[in-house]
Design a protein around this ligand. Structure first.
Ligand code: ADP
Ligand code: MG
Length: 394
């Protein structure tokens, strides 16, 4: 789903295809295999979610891809290469791996944690240092502030960001993520999900993401593999298709009630008609008097003050402008905002928090427009109509 609107961008995929063929894992001493005869193709540059109940073999399946667990039988290729023919250490340097609770080394600083794989690859100090800063920027952690901290000095969400930065540091074509956001609160979790989608529009890695949360699967997946016992693939398709047409009763049960309303989490802000003209956007250095003139002429009440990189700072009401000498000292901070990648569900929450227009930002956090409640309610009405028509004819 994440890229159904821009399939042409697939050309720039940097990821590698992963192919599992008749893969089975039998742990020593277990009578039943933990994973039995799984065949699955994970396309290059896509996010594929493995979703299924606890104990169904998701982690085992994922860990066989980077040979943290050796398959008992079957074949796995990454970028067309049989992983058995590669040295496991070398293989793992080509495959980023992020897990729940980040799995950071507690006695290493943030920078040292991120630098682990580049260090193993023998990069020189300068290149490693630059890469650490670049990765921290990428995941939204200020290097100056966080570089020398230890994991225990970070929040859960910040630790997960470091975990993702570390997994990406050597620029691997493949990223494996095993319930990476499972241990953080729901709001942080939503933010990290949005970040991952934003990152992926730039990186186009092949991402295999394990979760037991179907909503997370719907939000993040280009494709979802719904797994049953022993990782049996019950259905492998786009989120839309699985929601609309669950393959069997087991999948339907997993998809859960209210599947049609989950469609809200399938739509993203960039899919709907948000506005780039509803409010006046202005740089912080602009004169309040000039802005006031402009707003009065345009019949505007609210302006949005942006920083030098066009990131939103504060809302200013036109009546505040008469009495101030600088836009740097007026207005109220922007509360919640959404990105073009955010789901309509998230947009709805932001609109409620902001009490009107919610700011929409682009991939660099820059202002691109605003979205209001009418846009969301119109969209919901439209989904309902389509859904009612669908169920009337089926
Ligand atoms: P999931 O990630 O979906 O929760 P796992 O892959 O961790 O599932 O586990 C699948 C099955 O394999 C479970 O029954 C689990 O108990 C078993 N299992 C996992 N790791 C081992 C192991 N090292 N030795 C024996 N059995 C294991
Ligand atoms: Mg697991």
């Amino acid at each position: 789903m994440a890229d159904s609107a821009n399939d042409s961008a697939n050309d720039s995929a940097t990821g590698a295809e992963i192919q599992l063929t008749n893969v089975t894992k039998r742990y020593p001493g277990s009578r039943e295999p933990a994973v039995s005869d799984v065949t699955l193709t994970i396309p290059a540059g896509k996010i594929v979610i493995l979703v299924g109940p606890s104990g169904c073999g998701k982690t085992t399946t994922m860990r066989m891809i980077n040979r943290l667990i050796e398959p008992s039988s079957g074949t796995i290729t990454v970028g067309g290469e049989d992983t058995r023919k590669l040295n496991p250490d070398e293989l793992r340097r080509r495959i980023g791996y992020a897990i729940q609770q980040a799995g950071l080394f507690p006695h290493f600083t943030v920078a040292q944690n991120i630098a682990v794989v580049p260090g193993l690859l023998g990069w020189d100090r300068k290149r490693v240092g630059d890469r650490v800063d670049e990765m921290m920027d990428l995941v939204g952690l200020d290097p100056a502030q966080f570089r020398h901290r230890y994991p225990r000095q970070l929040s859960g969400g910040q630790q997960q960001r470091v975990g993702v930065a570390r997994a990406l540091a050597a620029d691997p074509p493949v990223l494996l993520m095993d319930e990476p956001f499972g241990a953080v609160d729901p709001i942080t979790r939503g933010n990290l999900q949005d970040e991952l989608l934003r990152l992926q529009t730039e990186l186009r890695k092949t991402i295999v993401f394990v979760t037991h949360d179907f909503d997370e699967a719907v939000k993040l997946g280009d494709k979802i593999a719904v797994l049953g016992d022993r990782s049996a693939v019950l259905q492998y398709d786009t989120p839309e298709t699985i929601l609309a047409n669950p393959a069997d009763d087991t999948v339907a049960g997993f998809v859960g009630a209210g599947a049609s309303l989950k469609q809200l989490t399938l739509l993203r802000v960039r899919d709907v008609d948000y506005s780039d003209t509803a409010v006046t956007a202005v740089g912080e250095q602009e004169s309040p008097a000039e802005l006031r003139g402009r707003m009065t002429a345009e019949g505007r009440t609210w302006a949005l003050v942006l920083d030098a990189r066009r990131r939103p700072l504060r809302w200013v009401h036109v009546r505040d402008l008469a009495t101030t000498a600088s836009l740097a000292t007026v207005g109220r901070p922007v509360g919640d905002s959404v990105s073009t990648q955010s789901t309509l569900q998230d947009a709805l929450e932001a609109i409620l928090v902001e009490g009107g227009n919610a700011v929409v930002t682009g991939s660099r956090g820059e202002y691109v427009g605003t979205i209001d409640i009418t846009t969301v309610t119109d969209t919901i009405a439209h989904i309902r109509e389509e859904h009612d028509m669908g169920s009337a004819t089926s």
